[in-house]
Design a protein around this ligand. Structure first.
Ligand code: SF4
Length: 60
């Protein structure tokens, strides 16, 4: 499985980090980044993706 953030579309709202701070973090450029986890909770990742206001998160 993989989690990808569309850096062009991300508006830096921080919602994903709020939902799943172990996986998402806000970088100095104001965009969200995916941390390098060997295991992650796909359900939480999906929650974050569904709450992203610009649909910038893809969980596959
Ligand atoms: S929820 Fe979406 S728009 Fe907001 S910081 Fe995360 S990826 Fe970016």
């Amino acid at each position: 499985m993989a989690v990808v953030i569309d850096q062009e579309n991300c508006i830096g709202c921080g919602v994903c980090e709020g939902v799943y701070p172990d996986l998402f973090e806000m970088a100095s450029d104001g965009k969200a980044k995916v941390k390098n986890l060997s295991n992650y909770d796909a359900s939480l990742a999906q929650d974050a993706a569904s709450q992203c206001p610009v649909n910038a998160i893809t969980v596959s």
